[in-house]
Ligand binder design. Sequence first.
Ligand SMILES: *Cc1c(COP(=O)(O)O)cnc(C)c1O
Length: 442
Amino acid sequence: MKFKSKSGGEASFRDALFLGLAPDGSLFHPVERPDLAALFRSFGEETPFTEVSAATAAALFSPELDSEAAERIAARAFSFQPVLRRLDEKILILELFHGPSCAFKDFAAQFLAATMEEFLRADARRIQILVATSGDTGSAVAHAFHNREGIDVVILYPSGRVTELQEKQLTTLGGNVHALEVKGSFDDCQRLAKEAFRDETLHRRLSLTSANSINIGRLLPQTFYHIYAMTRRGSLGERPTTVCVPSGNFGNLTAGVYARQWGLPVRAFIAATNINDVVPQYLTSGVFTPRASKKTLSNAMDVGNPSNFERLHEVFQGDVKAMRSVIHGIAMSDAKTRESMKEIHRRYGVFVDPHTAVGYAAAREYLKGSSVPVRGARRDEQVIVLSTAHPAKFLDIVRDSVGAEPPIPERLARCLALPKRSTVMGRDLAGLSRFLLDSFAK
Ligand SMILES: *Cc1c(COP(=O)(O)O)cnc(C)c1O
């Protein structure tokens, strides 16, 4: 598979992976649209997740990664897997939080780290991973790259805008993981990272590499669990299935849309957002208006200018009608998010985090048909809601909303007990540059 940027330059998978952002400052997107429908049909209900991932990766990335390399990478990346849980006749939840940082970003971060390790094995050079995070990206990436040979990790996160637990997950690993606390918003962090990647001096003196969802190597592994979910035929049957994706930067949703283009039989997607709803608004009005993000309960989705919109726009060639026939946008307030957490607990005895709660509420609304502008759900349709984080990662919000407390996984309890170590940063590139050059320049 080859990748292309806005100005048209092509790159191999390996180059796109290590460049992160294309030289013209735009995002890489796949040039080809492979037909993988036969491969998807070959996966049975019993096919393990690592096998689905390795076979899909080999189909996408050969000859750069052959089957054996893909199998090695999948085995090293995934010591955990998605769990599909049926809530009722209409709604299923795909739990994506069984990895080391307890969020769905573990899947792609682990696969990216294992792939880079595979490619770097022959090289002697050191690289620096630079990541802006609104919470969960950073901890997933930090865990994925922690203690890997030849790699340093620098995490930019917005001061005071992540939960205590998220912050502890970013700031307690130590070793090759450096946490920078930025006095600003997530959008500031993201802008800083983009500026650093474009900076001539940094480019010359370091080997900066991105690992957030702008990196195509972080984006594509997210297709694996979309595919995996649709292969669980026992629970899915032949019913039309729509996938609901709680969205912020829209990487997760873009991955699903790619998989659908390659032949995955998903009927449609729901783009579920909090009040940071520029994409649902675009789907209604046809006008894309980025704006400053607002703080909500589902803070990993507090994104005012979603970077992957560029890729979605490319998939549908700027045609909002075409996008609308595949993606339904639904936005939820914080009040509805709380109600949703409560309802799921009351009805099914299940705790969900605020992001999943946004997804569930959007799925319910979709099934009612009240907010779907183009065409409503079919009678036998079911919705898989992607559950993006473990409820214990948002303990206070969940406890306040539900009136009961979810169990805390051992791996989270352990890091809560450790002391925070971070470096405070301003919002300008000068401070970040100094830190990077002082720490890593050869
Ligand atoms: C990152 C994140 C999201 C949003 O995912 P995108 O790919 O940025 O749209 C949703 N929920 C949680 C818990 C997240 O960490």
